[in-house]
Design a protein around this ligand. Structure first.
Ligand code: BT5
Length: 263
């Protein structure tokens, strides 16, 4: 298992993202690695890439299983954003992944609020965005992307994930070229990020919603302090999930996990 960085950089059509790429065969977490470099002043767009992670992270200290064959990377971004706008980066990244998987492989992708990309209703990609604030601005953000690519879920992921996770290999019945996928993702990330910064969040959100099959469905939303059931009506301009509860009340939920009622 390897990644040919020359092949990746050949013809990479970006101004910032991926202009500098750090690579290690194995690392604890690319997000932690990128954050260390961001603190030292690494440039906007610097990418941290590995073949496997030994302590891959999800949100809320959850574990992200990252065996060889997956695509595990993080990007440092230094966007001109207010802290209250930074949530938009997760939508930028999940939309980028959803669009690239459709364009390259013809897969029908869904986004699930707030940070998952699904194929066949199972998680193929997770995104972890971490921001460092500097008073009134975002100093930097690290956006980590994990895609189950060239391995079979039943072969390399633990059994408790078999029902909810999928991989590109399982969906396509073949391995894909990691360099081509990463190149397309870096280009898409930069493009959608620029749209976000120039035109605002709602333009990105409108595109994101085209993949949001959970809207209009009964869902359960699990957050740190509550568990709500209701109809997922919308995602609003602050990135919150708009939920119509059983008693007719409408609630805007900023953080949590959506569980589709069929899961
Ligand atoms: C996420 O968290 O989905 C964010 C995952 C981000 C991973 C990338 S890889 C590169 C970068 N470096 C890192 O250390 N992280 C980022 P969350 O929504 O909290 O989901 C975590 C949950 O997903 C776990 O509790 C498991 O249930 C499930 N899970 C773990 N590994 C998985 C996998 N490989 N595929 C599908 N589901 C997985």
């Amino acid at each position: 298992m390897n990644i040919d960085l020359n092949k990746l950089l050949e013809g990479l059509d970006t101004k910032r993202v991926g202009r500098s790429i750090f690579f290690k065969r194995s690392v604890g977490s690319t997000n932690s690695w990128a954050r260390r470099f961001a603190r030292l002043g690494a440039c906007d767009g610097t990418v941290f890439l590995t073949l496997r992670q030994t302590s891959g992270r999800g949100r809320l200290k959850r574990k992200w299983v990252s065996p060889a064959g997956g695509l595990w990377f993080s990007v440092i971004l230094r966007p001109r954003l207010k802290p209250a706008e930074a949530f938009g980066l997760v939508f930028v990244a999940s939309l980028a992944v959803a669009e690239v998987l459709e364009e390259l492989y013809g897969l029908e992708t869904q986004v699930k609020w707030p940070n998952d990309v699904l194929v066949s209703a199972k998680k193929v990609c997770g995104i972890l965005a971490e921001t460092k604030l500097d008073g009134k601005n975002v100093e930097y953000a690290v956006v980590g992307v994990g895609i189950n690519a060239n391995f079979g879920v039943k072969k390399l992921l633990p059994e408790d994930l078999w029902k909810t996770a999928t991989s590109l290999k399982d969906e396509l019945g073949r391995k894909i070229e990691l360099e081509m996928l990463l190149k397309a993702l870096l280009e898409k990330l930069e493009r959608i990020c620029d749209v976000f910064l120039e035109k605002g969040f709602t333009v990105v959100l409108d595109e994101w919603k085209k993949h949001a099959g959970f809207l209009g469905c009964q869902v359960e939303v699990v957050s740190l302090d509550e568990r709500l059931t209701g109809l997922a009506l919308d995602v609003d301009r602050s990135g919150s999930l708009v939920l119509k509860l059983g008693d007719g009340m409408v609630k805007h939920v900023f953080a949590g996990d959506v569980v589709l009622q069929s899961e």
